[in-house]
Write a protein that binds this ligand. Structure first.
Ligand SMILES: Cc1cc2nc3c(=O)[nH]c(=O)nc-3n(C[C@H](O)[C@H](O)[C@H](O)COP(=O)(O)OP(=O)(O)OC[C@H]3O[C@@H](n4cnc5c(N)ncnc54)[C@H](O)[C@@H]3O)c2cc1C
Length: 577
């Protein structure tokens, strides 16, 4: 939707001046860049990592398992040197190049917290899981209604059009299921249930009135539309090698979608290897004027200037940049009059799962490697609080055929062994949780006062942990899920609580929360800092509660919404250069 350009800094200004600067080129930064550039703003995207070009920089995208030096595994030495990042879901020899190494980017864990990062153009959009459910009003309002937080100053109706805007562009497959706790979006056709999933769906639907098992809502092009073809993307091939980068553009990433789209406008400048050190605040103008940048290699410092700034470094990095942006006016971090910057950091509770086997259907298989998972929408604490904890959980699940039993295979040899290997084993079923957690002041991040990284930025200290509410949610999830598996006729039921450190969920949020009261929040309902209106924070740092849906779709929607507001404010001259 091209509009009249707003070239605030177009003429006669320094080479380093732009209309807008975006920190970070991942999921939310890519969206900020696309929307700003489309609206005619000369936009600089600062990215601390290397450049990644769609297709060209996906070195493992088409490799077979036998083509990896270590058959996909990391060496013992590498695992010992990188005990944190190598625990990330999907991390392996095929994806390692899209993640940081532990020793290059240290931080201080006051409590165990596994901070997962991907420092490159595209950020974690290259490796994300792609689950894209909308939040419902239950999630926007529950913290306030049940007294475990203030929640958001906005409601589902405020975001719904922006969800549609984003879904249509990125391409989300799914089905309109009419579920109250998981509103419908603009969907491409879903990946269908396989035979076992269809059988489970039938049993669960017949037994429960409140449990809705539905097709995945995932950012995959099952049937590309014109807008996707214009992006140069094509149909998902169900290769399930998404985390290596998809040469087909079958799933959404900034690298395949928003960034090239922004580039086509002629308004985009991306500067890789540019570490945003801090936001520059001009005391006289009473606004932020730009960003101080450290070159990742030379360590040279350069200032870049703009009328508006979007902070999209991903939740904890955005907190870090804001905390490091000190001035006489803001000695404790930009916009931090409330003293709350860095507090109320939260995550999703991913600790527990269950499994089982299903008899029968030995003549049934499936085509391709489905890169998505069916979802059971949250059924807890909706209209009333019905458990001994607050919040709810989304359940992801699936069924697949395993390899033949090892002991059975061991009985065969030669050609018979090879023949036996071509036969799949029994059906295995799994479910795992994505649980809401409570945002609270004590779960926080702050800057180290005595340790800096090699770019002169103080190390981040994470002090974030589970609480009693999280502990109570786990057995309820396990009991309910086991019961559903039993109802579905599963056998050999198993369960786990992996006690993983927070952070491994990779849904860290908060620290710069949105709210209507500047005394208890940092951002207003348009993601603007209450006390520095030309700075917008639209990644997970802005979250005022965690909900139980996957969060990235909301970051994208909020980003697009905030850009539109920012440009309106510029046109009304409420934001000036
Ligand atoms: C394995 C995995 C599975 C996931 N599954 C899902 C899922 O199914 N659904 C879902 O909703 N979410 C999922 N996520 C989470 C999702 O990836 C993040 O929520 C999302 O990427 C956040 O977007 P962002 O723009 O805030 O951050 P990112 O995408 O991480 O991008 C941030 C960018 O900022 C750059 N940066 C940081 N600091 C600076 C600085 N100081 N200066 C310059 N640049 C900087 C980084 O290098 C990076 O490129 C998953 C993540 C992973 C890794």
């Amino acid at each position: 939707m091209p509009q009249e350009p707003v070239h605030i800094n177009a003429k006669g200004k320094k080479q380093n001046s732009f209309d807008a600067i975006v920190i970070g080129s991942g999921i939310s930064g890519g969206w900020a860049a696309k929307e700003l550039c489309e609206k005619g703003l000369k936009t600089l995207v600062l990215e601390r990592g290397r450049n990644i070009e769609h297709i060209k920089d996906y070195p493992t995208a088409t490799l077979g398992p036998w083509e990896f030096k270590h058959r996909g595994q990391m060496t013992k030495q590498f695992l010992e040197e990188n005990p944190l990042i190598t625990k990330t879901a999907g991390y392996g020899e095929d994806t390692a190049h899209f993640f940081i190494k532990d020793k290059d980017h240290p931080y201080v864990q006051e409590k165990p917290f596994n901070w997962v990062r991907g420092y490159q153009v595209g950020g974690k959009s290259l490796t994300w899981g792609r689950a894209c459910q909308r939040w419902s009003d239950f999630e926007f309002t529950a913290p306030g209604r049940y007294g475990y937080g203030e929640g958001f100053p906005i409601r589902y109706k405020d975001v719904a059009p922006w969800y549609s805007h984003v879904e249509k562009f990125i391409g989300v497959c799914g089905k309109a299921d009419g579920i109250e706790s998981m509103p419908d979006g603009e969907y491409l056709p879903p990946f269908d249930f396989n035979a076992a999933e269809a059988a489970i769906h039938k049993k669960i639907s017949a037994h429960y009135s409140d449990r809705h098992m539905v097709h995945a809502r995932w950012a995959h092009l099952t049937e590309p539309k014109e807008i996707h073809i214009q992006q140069g993307r094509s149909k998902c091939q169900a290769r399930n090698r998404c985390m290596r980068g998809c040469p087909f553009g079958g799933y959404f990433s900034s690298v395949s979608s928003t960034l090239p789209w922004a580039k086509k406008t002629g308004n985009l400048t991306i500067r890789p290897f540019s570490v945003a050190h801090s936001i520059i605040y001009d005391e006289q103008k009473q606004r932020a004027t730009g960003i101080r940048v450290v070159d990742a290699h030379t360590k040279k410092i350069t200032d870049y200037f703009a009328t508006i700034i979007f902070v999209n470094g991903s939740a904890l990095n955005s907190n870090l940049v804001l905390l490091n942006s000190t001035s006489n006016r803001f000695p404790n971090g930009l916009g931090n009059d409330s003293g709350l910057l860095g507090t109320h950091v939260a995550f999703h509770n991913y600790r527990a799962g269950v499994g089982g086997t299903m008899e029968g259907m030995q003549d049934k298989y499936y085509y391709g490697r489905n890169p998505t998972e069916p979802i059971i929408a949250n059924y807890r604490n909706l209209h009333k609080q019905d458990t001994n904890y607050v919040g709810g959980f989304t359940t992801f699940m699936g069924a697949h055929r395993s390899r033949r039993d090892g002991a059975e295979l061991a009985q065969t040899i030669g050609g018979a062994y090879k023949d036996a290997m071509t036969e799949p084993g029994e059906w295995n079923v799994y479910m795992y949780m994505q649980g809401e957690t409570i945002m609270k002041r004590s779960n926080h991040v702050r800057l180290s006062t005595d340790q800096k990284d090699e770019w002169g930025v103080p190390l981040l200290i994470t002090s974030v942990g589970y609480d009693d509410n999280d502990e109570k949610m786990i057995p309820d999830f396990i009991n309910q899920s086991l019961e559903m598996l039993e109802v579905a006729g599963c056998k050999n039921l198993t369960q786990y609580d992996n006690h993983q450190a927070p952070g491994l969920d990779i849904h860290e949020m908060g620290g710069c929360k949105m709210g209507s009261d500047p005394k208890t929040s940092l951002l207003n309902e348009w993601n603007q800092l209450h006390h520095c209106k030309n700075v917008f924070v639209t990644d997970g740092a802005c979250m005022a509660s965690t909900g139980n849906q996957s969060p990235s779709l909301l970051y994208m929607a909020l980003t697009a919404r905030a850009v539109t507001h920012a440009v309106e404010e510029i046109r009304k001259k409420n934001l000036k250069s």
